[in-house]
Write a protein that binds this ligand. Structure first.
Ligand SMILES: [Zn+2]
Ligand SMILES: [Zn+2]
Length: 201
């Protein structure tokens, strides 16, 4: 489902049979109830055909596959013309960077007024913003409050790519998810945000 070389997820498209989209093309993520291991998320995504579809993504594919962890990511080595496992090498690199204090993904928690490390499974709403920016609603793993950040597509799609400066919507969201969805849509279009520096180093 997740391809580590293109950083894209493969889903079914009723129009084209199959489609590949990046994480920043996701629009809504919702963890399905139940004790499934790994947990499964229902994802609404913006397809290249122009419509939005629904697909399922496992927790592993969301948080670990982009770091090369979990199921091996196979790639074709052009030098040896052999299919090799990319998983272990990528995972090793990711582990080294995390040990050095780098965060694969991060966001600015508005209620706590500080940057925090995060995984994509904490993203729950995404929407295109002006330019190539993406508005992303994140549920903070530390304080459980929601924040909206305005970031680049790479900030969302590429692990270890953290924008130096991000937009933060100055709004504390309702605790219940339903109202947060409505507020998210309203806030994203009101453009009341402020740039915060992500001092990660
Ligand atoms: Zn489609
Ligand atoms: Zn927080």
């Amino acid at each position: 489902m997740y391809d580590g070389l293109t950083t894209k997820y493969t889903f079914a498209c009723p129009e084209r049979g199959e489609t590949r989209v990046t994480l920043s093309n996701f629009r809504q993520l919702e963890r399905l109830p139940g004790a499934a291991h790994p947990a499964v998320f229902r994802v609404h995504f913006a397809c290249t055909c122009g419509s939005e579809h629904v697909g399922l993504v496992s927790h592993d594919e969301l948080d670990w596959a982009p770091l090369g962890l979990g199921s091996g990511v196979a790639f074709l080595n052009l030098m040896t013309a052999r299919v090799e496992e990319l998983g272990s090498e990528l995972a090793e690199l990711a582990a080294t960077r995390i040990r050095a204090g780098e965060w694969p993904w991060s966001f600015f928690c508005y209620p706590e007024n500080q940057p925090r490390p995060v995984f994509p499974s904490s993203f729950f709403l995404l929407a295109p913003s002006s330019g190539a920016a993406v508005g992303v609603a994140v549920r903070c793993p530390a304080c459980a409050h929601a924040s909206i950040n305005i970031v680049s597509e790479s900030h969302v799609d590429l692990p270890f790519h953290n924008d130096r400066e991000i937009g933060v919507v100055e709004h504390v969201f309702a605790a219940d998810a339903e109202r947060a969805v409505e507020e998210f849509a309203a806030e994203l279009h009101s453009a009341k945000f402020d740039a915060r520096r992500l001092a990660l180093e």
